[in-house]
Design a binder for this molecule. Sequence first.
Ligand SMILES: [Ca+2]
Ligand SMILES: [Ca+2]
Length: 215
Amino acid sequence: MLKKTMITAAALCAFVAVPASAQVSLGVVNGSDPYAGPTPTYNFDAPGAPITGGAVRTTSPSGVAAQPYGSTGGYWTVGPSDGSPGVLNLSSFAGIASISFIWGSVDTYNTLEVLDRLNNVIATFTGSDAALPADGDQHDPATNPLATLTFSGTTQGNIGGLRLWSSQNAFETDNFAVTAVPEPAIWALLLLGFGFIGASLRGQKRQKRMRLKLA
Ligand SMILES: [Ca+2]
Ligand SMILES: [Ca+2]
């Protein structure tokens, strides 16, 4: 039984080990009001989002930050007035297939970094990758897109967070929606772990028996 489990685990490992390179892509579709994207994991309407830096606002002070088109309640803003960079910590997710969010009033000076679990930057996008022109328009659906980062291969199990920078006011976001992976790699690792525990227990039992025989 254990042998069969380990063989299955090894097969799963072989299956998930193929795409080894880090792969991150950014896609955008026009934003909408009301919001029509996936159910948000973090909408900043109540405290509790795992963010550091920046500020959560509910109003749009002129020259500081503007609520993204389609966003309601609280939104997260990063910039010189509210603090830059800001980090959304995603390390609590074992595997992430994609994450989408409203990127409000996209500006050329907005920078989005994808961090791995060791805080290395594994992908960087600027406002110009999310909207053309990235002119900070607060009402144009094209300048307030639903942005989706998609991860593939082993990168899915190695996402630590997103880091947002903005050298001028501001980089505004809302409605981060995480699509977690039913992670075959994690199952494989778990199964392997069980296999090793089983083998090690069997080894201990054998040693005990041998010690008893010797005694
Ligand atoms: Ca919100
Ligand atoms: Ca902006």
